[in-house]
Design a protein around this ligand. Structure first.
Ligand SMILES: *Cc1c(COP(=O)(O)O)cnc(C)c1O
Length: 509
């Protein structure tokens, strides 16, 4: 009879190498020779290992449990609520995955000729058309692999546009101080000088400061609307008109299109270039550096500069057109992240245009419901009707030594992923909360309850918050070291690497 739980047997945090035991096997290869010669004899001596690999030896059920248990230590959208502002961590319908795994899609080789991949090209072509319709733009390129990559591509389009007009004096790009960090980074990476303009007292673009910043040297104004505080720029038409009068292009960071679908279109607001984050708004699992897609859309005047090849349709045949003399060239190999593009296509097709509008209405409703409930517990500096997200602050607890990240860490104990903390920079000790449309009222109410508990703890026992989380396998890592000097292997392999001219590796130089 088992009197004690089997702790140590199933739940002990052992590495796969520590579980390894010589001679254990997860897979058995057939003994018979399948080839006329044993396989090893068919491989040139040069390429044969001189010693066996240091792989762990373990049975199949053990390895399955090892990785499933590891995966359960993590947060994911399938296991936890994830109010991570600006990241739009919403539920990803499983039908996207089913379609993405169909053999006809999953096994295409990128070097196949267009005649043999007409179906895939049709998906890409129709996705381009749907994104044009959703955003009010005239053409899309699906190549960029992430939001920041889309921004860089957009900045290259801006440069190509002015250079073709022999206008070399426009070297500056304006970004508001509340912009996403990738905006100034992308502009700078493309060689532009970044000019930052301040937000006004209502958290929106300060029109007077903006007008002052715009001159003959300004190439582009990069904006997000709603901005990073979750607020809609009400003066957007005035802003885009003003910029166009001065010959300035307008770039729209559409990473967070979630509150706009079927309601407002960047193209109608007057933007010339947009990028979208399909891995946010259009439901691809993301986070942890997984694949994304940041397609870029443009108005007519910028179409000649888009990346090649363009996917076109001629007499109901889909083809790749690289004959674009003014194109900025390729920004990514082949077609972009096809699997992500396909998931977005399935998502849009299954949800339909009415569904898209409903998504945005629900995202806005959920965010405003939470904002109105949390304003009784937390300070909300720009407390105005918000779009898909809002920003609260815990700066009133600074004197107790508490910061936004302490609240974020504590939330993990309640099974809720932390919100985005310490961003945007215009709000000190910010908690940026985006519930998304896929969460129910009950889940939102649970978040409010968790904040009730945390606010009580902050007032009565701030030390307890500082030590959180209590239930996670790792509690307070040195975040800088963890990012800059991660330990990624079981033991120090540097010794192996130092072995003189590794005999089992053919020289490539
Ligand atoms: C997420 C995000 C980006 C960057 O997108 P990545 O795919 O992470 O490169 C840019 N702008 C805004 C507003 C975002 O929320």
């Amino acid at each position: 009879m088992i009197t004690k739980p089997l702790t140590g047997l199933m739940t002990k945090d052992e590495l796969i190498f520590e579980r390894s035991k010589a001679g254990k096997k997860g897979i058995s290869f057939p003994k018979e020779r399948i080839f006329s010669k044993p396989l090893a004899a068919r491989i040139p001596d040069l390429y044969q290992r001189k010693q066996t690999t240091a792989l762990p030896e373990i049975s199949e059920p053990e390895i399955v449990r090892h990785f499933v248990n590891l995966s359960r230590k993590n947060f994911s959208i399938d296991t936890h609520f994830y109010p991570l502002g600006s990241c739009t961590m919403k539920y990803n319908p499983k039908i996207n995955e089913e379609i993405a795994r169909l053999d006809g899609f999953a096994w295409i080789h990128p070097f196949q000729t267009p005649e043999t991949i007409q179906g895939a090209l049709q998906v890409l072509f129709e996705l381009q058309e749907m994104l044009c319709e959703i955003t009010g733009m005239d053409a899309f390129s699906l190549q960029p692999a992430a939001g920041a990559h889309g921004e860089l591509c957009g900045m290259m389009l801006v440069r190509a546009y002015y250079h073709q007009r022999q206008d070399f004096k426009r070297t500056k790009v304006i970004v508001p101080d509340s912009s996403h960090g990738t905006n100034p980074a992308s502009a700078a990476l493309c060689g532009f000088e970044v000019v930052t303009t301040p937000s006004g007292p209502d958290g929106r673009v300060d029109l007077i400061a903006l007008e002052k910043a715009m001159d003959d040297h300004t190439a582009c104004l990069m904006l997000t609307n709603p901005n990073t505080l979750g607020l809609f720029e009400k003066d957007i038409l005035q802003i885009t008109r003003l910029a166009h009068q001065k010959g300035i292009l307008l770039y729209y960071d559409g990473a967070n299109l979630n509150p706009l679908l079927g309601i407002v279109r960047p193209g109608d607001m007057g933007f010339d270039i947009v990028h979208l984050n399909l891995h946010k708004t259009f439901s691809t699992p993301h986070g942890g550096g997984g694949p994304g897609a940041g397609p870029v859309g443009v108005k007519k005047s910028l179409i000649p500069f888009l990346p090649v090849p363009a996917i076109k349709k001629k007499n109901s045949v889909f083809e790749l057109d690289s004959n674009q003399p003014h194109s900025i060239g390729k920004v990514r190999s082949f077609f972009g992240n096809f699997g992500v593009l396909l998931r977005a296509y399935v998502y849009i097709r299954t949800i339909g245009s009415d569904g898209l509008t409903q998504i945005s209405r629900d995202a806005i409703l959920n965010a405003n419901y939470l904002r109105r409930r949390l304003e009784k517990l937390l300070e909300i500096p720009y407390n105005d009707y918000c779009m898909h997200e809002f920003v609260a602050t815990v700066r009133q607890y600074k004197s107790k030594g508490l910061h936004a990240s302490d609240f974020g860490k504590r939330m993990l104990d309640f099974g809720i992923h932390a919100p985005t903390v310490h961003f945007p920079l215009v709000v000190e000790d910010a908690l940026m909360i985006e519930p998304t449309e896929t969460e129910s009222k009950e889940v939102l109410d649970q978040l409010v309850e968790v904040f009730e508990i945390m606010v009580k703890e902050a007032n009565d026992d701030p030390e307890s918050l500082k030590k959180a989380p209590y239930t996670m396998p790792i509690r307070r890592p040195d975040e800088v070291q963890a990012a800059r000097k991660p330990i990624l292997s079981w033991r120090d392999y540097s010794q192996d690497l130092k072995r003189p001219s590794s005999p089992d590796m053919p020289s490539t130089g």
